[in-house]
Design a protein around this ligand. Structure first.
Ligand SMILES: Nc1ncnc2c1ncn2[C@@H]1O[C@H](COP(=O)(O)OP(=O)(O)O)[C@@H](O)[C@H]1O
Ligand SMILES: [Mg+2]
Length: 222
């Protein structure tokens, strides 16, 4: 099976401060990967590199067949349209209604209004928020906001989902919904998923790999 992520001897730095050193990792299509590690160890830094928000220092980082250190801005933007990203603090646009937040990636990609409407309807039903279509983020609970963020991340069928502590701010019910959505995307759509988290749920029904980041290095635990 094809590697969705292939990293060899990668260093990641901010200025001349190296955060991660000599990272080697291959993730195959359809794998579900957890990354744990102490606060400040570089988990978010690592995820940032995977969606192209942080340039590779040394080494190579290949995502979906593209070498991130070598592609230009336009190709990177194009690649990012096929990656869904979810954050602990949701990062919704507060001035926009739920439907427009969900549509954002599709708007950027230039889809017609008809596609926008059909996809939004489908996605909001999927995250069980059809009744909130005309609300604004501040009118939603944290769990509901994260489900909107999930719908947005799924909106144009990403081959890779990257989630940075997606359940960090959520109550148990909402956290379980988010895990179910991530599991569902992985199991039903074969989407590759990489999640940074402090608590790996105990009730997952799918196989997964677990890595830990510590002292600037990435280790496989399972
Ligand atoms: N934009 C930045 N500029 C400089 N240093 C940063 C930046 N972002 C994070 N760092 C530093 O990189 C290290 C790893 O941070 P981060 O990846 O956010 O850790 P984690 O997500 O594991 O808590 C920390 O020491 C942090 O201070
Ligand atoms: Mg972090």
């Amino acid at each position: 099976m094809a590697n969705v992520v292939k990293i060899a001897n990668m260093d990641l730095s901010y200025g001349n401060e190296t955060i991660l050193q000599d990272i080697n990792l291959s993730i195959k299509k359809g794998e579900f990967v957890f990354i744990t590690g102490p606060s400040g160890s570089g988990k978010s830094t690592f995820l940032k590199s995977l969606y192209g928000a942080l340039r590779v220092g040394k080494g190579s980082l290949n995502i979906g067949g593209m070498e991130l250190g070598k592609i230009g801005k336009r190709k990177l933007q194009k690649l990012r349209r096929h990656i869904g990203v979810i954050f602990q603090d949701y990062k919704l646009v507060n001035e926009w209604r739920v439907d427009k937040n969900v549509q954002l990636p599709l708007i950027i990609a230039g889809y017609s209004n008809q596609v926008l409407e059909e996809q939004t309807k489908k996605l909001l039903a999927h995250v069980k928020l059809s009744h909130k279509v005309d609300r604004y983020p501040f009118e939603l609970s944290g769990g509901e906001q994260q489900r909107v963020a999930m719908a947005r991340a799924l909106s144009h069928n990403p081959f890779l989902i990257l989630a940075d502590e997606p359940t960090g701010n959520l109550d148990e019910y909402s956290a379980n919904v988010v895990w179910e959505l991530l599991e569902g995307a992985n199991a039903q759509l074969e989407t590759t998923v990489v999640v940074v988290t402090h608590n790996i749920p105990t009730h997952l029904s799918i196989p997964y790999r677990q890595f830990s980041i510590k002292d600037g290095a990435l280790y496989e635990i399972y």
